[in-house]
Design a protein around this ligand. Structure first.
Ligand code: UD1
Length: 380
């Protein structure tokens, strides 16, 4: 029987790609998501194109009664949760400056409550979504995991505090096994074009903004600064394909299933790409123009940051394999096929994965009715 894994935040952008990679690798994911920034239809689409049955629970990760009910239900059903991939959290820098308590409550409090529930149910394998934002304005490039951490905003502080919680609980309990993944800049989409990034408001990040300009939904991209100390003056980041990132979670889970202790690892390509280079690559691949204007620097931005991805390769055997062109082509396919995001009726599954999709008749089932009386506590 497939090993069951709980994915919090599994209906979000990263989450649904992680689901696809987990099913591909032979795992059985279960999703817990409060849908504050995710979409149940995205999970349904993954179920459809993978042919998997993916249980979905709508609820908040801070709801301990719900966590207990889910973990107990799985144990009773003899499909105990073997590990947790914790992606649920808030991630908008500006919002975190305006409402830091919310960020501490969800990102730190949610992690603590989840770890407590796991302890009550004997679940001891944990993969955590952290961010390269913990490095702040890094001094040495590429950034290794040993580089000093110094976040520059409340969002980054909450990720660092959660990392500290994980360090301390792992030190206290030698049987616990934790991987902290410091993501660089995930972009793009699953090659099927069926799942991708779906910002609820005006995109805050550069790549979804570019795809919306190419689509004609926005007039132009504002490039935040062309006077940085970088080759073309625009900001440099380590963009990685979201499916590479998703596969990194699979490798990290495989690692924690075998090795106790704490592993903190960067997930990036090791390549620094400027905003202008990203725009040019996207134009080449999509055949669309992306008009842009140079705007003032965005407060809090760093000039350049990219990963030393060596540890992920040495310890996890993981390395990003997709190119910048793949990221652009797959991101553009998602945008073109889904101009209204998940509200767009999905096109037939592309031929490459049609054979597998035939098995996808069962879509998402909900665990909530099985939990007896927990429908109400499913939301906080
Ligand atoms: C941002 C967050 C980071 C978070 C990540 C989550 C900030 C300062 N950092 O990373 O903490 O983990 O998102 O996805 O918000 N750019 C433009 N025009 C735009 C948008 C961005 O020129 O409309 C530039 C930025 O100045 C930067 C690059 O594009 O040089 C990447 O920006 P973005 O996609 O927002 O990612 P980060 O700032 O690296």
């Amino acid at each position: 029987m497939a090993c069951t894994l709980l994915v919090t935040g599994g209906a979000g952008y990263i989450g649904v790609h992680v689901l696809a990679a987990l099913v591909e690798a032979g795992y059985q994911p279960i999703v817990l998501d409060d849908l504050s920034n995710g979409d149940r239809r995205a999970v349904e689409r993954v179920a459809r194109f993978t042919g998997a049955d993916i249980p979905f629970i709508e609820g908040d990760v801070r709801n301990e009664r719900l966590l207990d009910a889910v973990l107990a239900h799985q144990a009773r059903a003899e499909q105990p949760v073997a590990g947790v991939i914790h992606l649920a959290g808030r991630k908008a820098v500006g919002e975190s400056v305006a409402d830091p308590l919310r960020y501490y409550d969800v990102n730190v409090g949610g992690t603590v409550k989840l770890l407590r529930a796991m302890a009550r149910h004997g679940v001891r394998r944990f993969v955590f979504s952290s961010s390269a934002t913990v490095y702040g304005a890094a001094r040495e490039m590429p950034v290794t995991e040993r580089h000093a951490v110094c976040p520059t905003n409340p969002y980054g502080h909450t990720k660092l505090v959660a990392e500290g919680v994980l360090r301390d609980v792992t030190a206290a309990d030698p049987g616990l096994s934790v991987a902290v993944l410091r993501y660089f800049n995930p972009i793009g989409a699953h090659p099927s074009g069926l799942i991708g990034e779906c910002p609820q408001d005006v995109p805050a990040n550069v790549f979804p903004y570019i795809t919306q300009v190419a689509q004609g939904r926005r007039s132009h991209l504002a490039i935040f600064g062309d006077d940085y100390d970088t080759p073309d003056g625009t900001g440099v980041r380590d963009y990685l394909h979201v499916m590479d990132l998703a596969e990194g979670h699979v490798r990290a889970m495989q690692h924690v299933l075998r090795h106790p202790g704490l592993l903190t690892v960067n997930l990036g390509t090791g390549n620094g790409i400027s905003v202008l280079a990203l725009v040019r690559a996207f134009e080449r691949v999509s055949g669309r123009r992306v008009p842009y204007r140079i705007a003032p620097r965005r407060p809090g931005d760093v000039a350049a940051i990219w990963a030393d991805a060596g540890m992920a390769h040495r310890v996890l055997g993981w390395r990003a394999t997709r190119t910048l062109e793949d990221m652009c082509a797959d991101g553009w396919r998602w945008q073109r096929m889904n101009p209204q995001g998940y509200a767009t009726p999905p096109e037939p599954v592309p031929s490459g994965i049609a054979a597998r999709a035939v098995r996808g008749r069962r879509t998402v089932t909900s665990l909530v009715p099985l939990l007896g009386g927990h429908n109400e506590v499913g939301r906080v």
